[in-house]
Ligand binder design. Sequence first.
Ligand SMILES: [Zn+2]
Length: 258
Amino acid sequence: MDLAGLPKIELHLHLDCSLSFEVVKRLDPAISFEEYRNSFVAPVNCLDLSEYIKRAIPAIQLMQSEEALEAVTLDLFEQLARDSILYAEIRFAPLEHTREGLSVEEVVRSVERAVQRGIRETGIEVRVILCTLRHYNARQSLQTVELVEQFRTGLVVGFDIAADEAGYPIDAHLAAFQYAQRHGIPCTAHAGEACGADSVWETLEHFHPQRIGHGVRSVEDPALVEHLARRQIHLEVCPTSNLQTKVFRQMCDHSIGR
Ligand SMILES: [Zn+2]
């Protein structure tokens, strides 16, 4: 079957994990393909989620100017077009892109500008989700959700919490998700990936998301699966990522078929 040719919707797509060799080479002409593959592409066999996430570090380092953010976003449009994507929501953490002097508003505006151009040039509908990160403090998390509110009249449509759920309590993010609820901002939250069903319960109870990023370990608790179905909580499932990060050893172990 020609999977690339099938029309698709992509709801879980990290901008900083999607740089092609072509765009990296344009931003850093000295890099070789070997170096790109080793530092930007997660190996098939990662030790765990944290090793996988490390691949975003050099990408974020490159994405510190308006030009780079626009180039990376437009590069992603080319990849979406090759994959016959009709609609995508791309996500990133704007606070990570202010290391060389951009303001958070300039960061979001740059991506938004590129998305507008990408939509015009490819006809693919794309919207943007802004992410807080598990290890952020309350101020950073709140600043991120306030940016969502500020840019909601444009192409920003939601708020997410990403990065490694293991080891970081939810406390720092309660105020941000309460803000989202008060303002009717649609939310998704990474959970039930590195941690089990308890993490999904905790996320639902305190963050009230309409979608869960991954959530594949929800099957560990049948009551949770029933709750997700009853409340129509959408799970954004990424099976290949789950194999790479060792949530499941092999595809036949994956919870998607259960
Ligand atoms: Zn993710």
